[in-house]
Ligand binder design. Structure first.
Ligand code: TYD
Ligand code: MG
Length: 454
């Protein structure tokens, strides 16, 4: 009897190994290697969707037509912005996010606009046509050019696309779709790769714009195949906190635009609502006269967004102080605490401390350092930071304040939201244009910054 060959894949990073291993040599994750029957090289050549396309040959570059990509608006400005100014015709966009975050809702809502001027096919492997229709009705989605298809078999989906030739195809979700020719189970690395490849052929061959929904695993990467991220044109992450209604859409990869844009939405009774003014939303409900809160301004793409950093210090009940950080890089928060203790002279080592960023934002920019230092000092001294004060600056290990980029945009945003004072590094490079009504407080190190509080 012929022995069936197997290959082993890491479900985390998609790395292929010859035998089973406890630890993936590529990404270092434990217990993530799974066995899959090897894919026959001959069969691989007949990925559904690739048949019927003309044979392609290399072309001299001079003969390649280079017209700008054709873009169209999805009807949601926040999504268009993240995509780099609308969706590109014939591209494949992967939308990843945790279960229940609102991926299906977002997809259904973009149909509302898309189906007014194009044919949209919405394929769901998770919900029946009736369920989708009920949801669409509740969200008030226009149904003129929208077709629904509850199907998980890749061949049937490809056939439906070839027959109905939609302009936009939405597949929800890639983990539920399977290729009947492959012997591995739906959701496995091989299946997800093959199905994405087939959809990619449809996108490129027929000029269909494809949106594919993917679930993410607990570590936050797209379930299993990181390999998917290399294949597709755009990878969007839809993020948010369970108990918070704000949702943030980020581009992790974009072949047609910048990756540093974010789109902000709020999940309500009527589905997702765009938040055109995120700073206002992030500061909503900010406590007045309470110690341990400081506002900063971070750049999300080319957009300045205000964020509130909170810190709570309390005497440690046990020998080991507890520390936790939510929305602020843990190691960076520890570093700020150490700098504050050593260079600012506040003895934090006997305190538990908790750091939190309001609104589900993740601050990964050094410009937010000073706000954390100020919030920690404010909580330590039990003295509120003035309500109209914001703080911008990177803190170095000697307690010095370092220059931040895009300072003028940040300052105008701070002023626009009604702040009248702002701490900024004394030696910020570049010419600073002070917005009218904003007092700049130049500080050289963290001692000078916390002195402003007293
Ligand atoms: P869904 O789009 O189904 O999430 P995903 O496809 O990412 O798994 O959204 C599910 C959640 O969104 C659900 O828990 C309820 C909430 N929701 C609202 O709050 N309001 C709404 O109008 C809709 C449609 C969903
Ligand atoms: Mg869903």
């Amino acid at each position: 009897m012929a022995k069936t060959k197997s290959v082993f894949y890491c479900t985390e990073c998609g790395n292929e190994t010859l035998k089973w291993l406890g630890k993936c040599p590529a990404c270092g994750a434990w217990n993530t290697i799974v066995e899959q029957p090897a894919v026959d090289a001959k069969r691989k050549a007949t990925v559904p969707g690739s048949s019927g396309l003309s044979i392609r040959r290399p072309k001299p570059m001079a003969e390649v037509e280079a017209v700008d990509e054709l873009r169209f608006n999805t009807g949601m400005n926040e999504l268009d912005r993240v995509l780099g100014g609308g969706a590109v015709k014939g591209s494949l966009v992967l939308v990843g996010g945790a279960p229940g975050i609102g991926k299906s809702t977002l997809m259904l809502q973009i149909c509302d606009n898309l189906c007014r001027f194009s044919q949209v096919l919405y394929v769901s492997g998770e919900e029946s046509e009736r369920q989708i229709k009920l949801r669409a009705q509740r969200l008030g989605i226009c149904d003129k050019g929208l077709s629904l298809f509850s199907e998980t078999n890749l061949d049937d989906i490809v056939a439906a696309v070839q027959e109905s030739k939609p302009d936009v195809l939405i597949v929800d979700s890639i983990q539920t779709i399977y290729n009947g020719d492959s012997s591995s189970s739906p959701g496995s690395v091989t299946q997800v790769k093959e199905c994405t490849m087939a959809l990619m052929h449809l996108a490129k061959g027929m000029g269909v714009t494809v949106f594919v929904v993917g679930h993410i695993n607990k570590e936050g990467s797209l379930a299993g195949p990181k390999v998917l991220e290399h294949m597709v044109d755009c990878v969007l992450h839809f993020e948010g906190e369970e108990h918070n209604s704000y949702r943030i859409l980020r581009a992790a990869k974009n072949r047609f635009g910048a990756t540093n844009e974010i789109g902000v939405f709020e999940m309500g009774d009527q589905g997702l609502v765009e938040v055109p003014n995120p700073s206002e939303a992030m500061l909503y409900g900010r406590p007045e006269n309470m110690p341990g809160s400081c506002v900063t301004c971070v750049m999300e793409g080319v957009r300045p967004v205000l964020a509130e950093v909170q810190a709570l210090l309390s005497p440690s009940a046990y020998g080991n102080a507890r520390r936790s950080s939510n929305g602020f890089d843990y190691n960076r928060a520890m570093m700020m605490a150490a700098v504050l203790e050593k260079r600012g002279g506040l003895v934090l080592s006997s305190c538990d401390f908790y750091v939190n960023v309001i609104g589900g934002l993740t601050l990964d920019e050094p410009a937010a350092d000073l706000a954390l230092v100020v919030a920690l000092a404010s909580s330590f001294r039990d003295k509120p930071v003035p309500f109209d004060l914001a703080a911008i600056g990177e803190v170095g290990l000697t307690g010095e304040l370092r220059s931040v980029n895009a300072i003028n945009q940040r300052l105008s945003e701070v002023r626009r939201l009604g702040f009248s004072k702002c701490l900024i590094p004394a030696r910020n490079s570049g010419k600073i244009v002070t917005p009218a009504g904003l007092d700049l407080i130049w500080v050289g190190n963290i001692r000078e910054a916390i002195a402003v509080l007293v």
